[in-house]
Design a protein around this ligand. Structure first.
Ligand code: ZN
Length: 421
């Protein structure tokens, strides 16, 4: 059927035209713009460099808190967290008072671009490094109609009925990658290349892991090797005739001091000393089961008033003078400022400076996984700026859009599908 006959697909208020060729969006987990800057400067990411030159390149605003689940959901719904509801990797369930992961599909509100396009007859494939994202990526996606959704983390456990693919290890031609390795990401990209070659899906989403960026700064040998390899994959995706769009869920900053020790504000300890134990609860939205490389420390936490002693005002007064804390907001203000869902917000939001992170109680964070590496992490405002690169030029109308309003990373599908027409 000619693309012209296909109806527009509406998702969370945005109309998407039919992709005229496969659209591949890659979310480079932890892909701070500094890695691209270094790679372009030193010439080891020639494909990205070509996309930037011949296509479109900008640095966009990601969603704050700048964590993985929140931003992946923003990207695949084309909407802010106030719409999709996933305001962290981890949150305090208001119904039970328990701190739980935010990865359940039932927590994801609205529709995904994948589910809506699949309903309209498009072929979709989504491959993620971290299995925690898989169920939300696949929400509403009818696998029985030839669509694919699986993770490299659990690539040895896939089946046709549930994931749309059998024998993923043989198909990709790689062994099951370690959870903490660059291969976990490379597997995703190699899978994407093979799926693109075999199926030519209309939409392909490839979401990587930030293991390398947590461990290595731009310019370190392992980071260079990783970027060289992913750049090669981006080139092969483009060669197969796809529009390739690159963004990230968040950036990454070094948050250690001159001695190499993490710069941490242990907020729960400070609150407990002032208001007593169990009166407040600090939740770190960066928390997930991949914590070895950051010990669940990030640049954004939520404080809940649980006893009766601490009030939001008293907490804000107490925190304000702490060095390294740059922004403190009450619930309504933080939701307004960062477009977050009010019913999933804490009483006070606390954001740290670029070189500082904020945690709960010191004894509850395990930093042994750093193994002598400097702590590099994310979550705050200073890690919310991300690359926004498209392999093909965008239309005059979309260039105007960029001039008139700040660009959000969740517009990447809109730009890659509608903007390149
Ligand atoms: Zn991430």
């Amino acid at each position: 059927m000619a693309t012209i006959d296909k109806p527009k697909v509406k998702v969370n208020g945005t109309d998407y035209g039919w992709p005229r060729k496969p659209v591949v969006v890659v979310c480079i987990d932890g892909g701070d713009p500094a890695y691209f800057d270094h790679g372009v400067k030193h010439g080891y990411i020639p494909n990205v460099e070509r996309f930037m030159k011949n296509g479109f390149s900008a640095v966009a605003d990601g969603t704050v808190p700048s964590v993985t689940c929140t931003n992946n959901m923003s990207i695949i719904t084309g909407a802010p967290a106030s719409v999709h509801g996933i305001s962290g990797n981890f949150y305090l369930d208001p119904a039970t008072g328990e701190a739980v992961v935010m990865t359940g599909p039932e927590l994801l509100r609205g529709e995904t671009i994948f589910a809506q396009f699949a309903r309209a007859g498009a072929r979709i494939a989504a491959v993620t490094a971290k299995d925690k994202l898989r169920r939300q990526l696949g929400k509403g996606l009818d696998i029985s109609r030839g669509n694919i959704c699986f993770s490299s983390e659990h690539a040895d456990k896939v089946n046709k009925a549930e994931h749309g693919i059998d024998n993923a290890l043989d198909f990709v031609g790689m062994p099951l990658p370690d959870m903490y390795s660059m291969e976990l990401s490379l597997f995703v990209l190699e899978a994407g290349i093979r799926i693109l070659k075999r199926d030519r899906p209309d939409i392909l989403y490839l979401s990587l892991t930030d293991y390398i960026q947590h461990k290595y700064a731009p310019g370190e040998a392992d980071a260079i090797e990783f970027y060289r390899k992913i750049d090669d994959c981006f080139g092969r995706l483009a060669e197969l005739g796809a529009i390739v769009a690159l963004t990230a869920d968040h950036g990454m900053n070094d948050k250690s001091n001159a001695e190499g020790k993490p710069n941490v504000v242990w907020l729960q300890d400070i609150l407990d000393a002032e208001f007593g134990k169990n009166d407040t609860k600090v939740i770190c939205p960066i928390t997930d089961h991949f914590i070895a490389h950051h010990g669940a420390l990030g640049g954004f936490v939520r404080v809940y008033c649980r006893g009766g002693k601490a009030t939001p005002d008293a907490i804000m007064r107490l925190i304000e003078p702490i060095p390294g804390i740059t922004e403190i907001y009450d619930r309504h203000t933080v939701c307004e400022k960062f477009d977050l869902p009010l019913d999933r917000e804490g009483d006070v939001a606390v954001i740290s400076a670029k070189n500082v992170c904020v945690g709960g109680a010191e004894k509850e964070h395990d930093l042994s996984g750093l193994e002598g590496h400097r702590l590099r992490t994310h979550g705050g405002v200073t890690e919310a700026r991300v690359p926004f690169v498209i392999s093909e030029p965008i239309s005059a109308a979309y260039r105007e859009k960029v001039k008139s309003k700040p660009l959000n990373s969740y517009q990447i599908f809109d730009f890659a599908i509608n903007g390149t027409r």
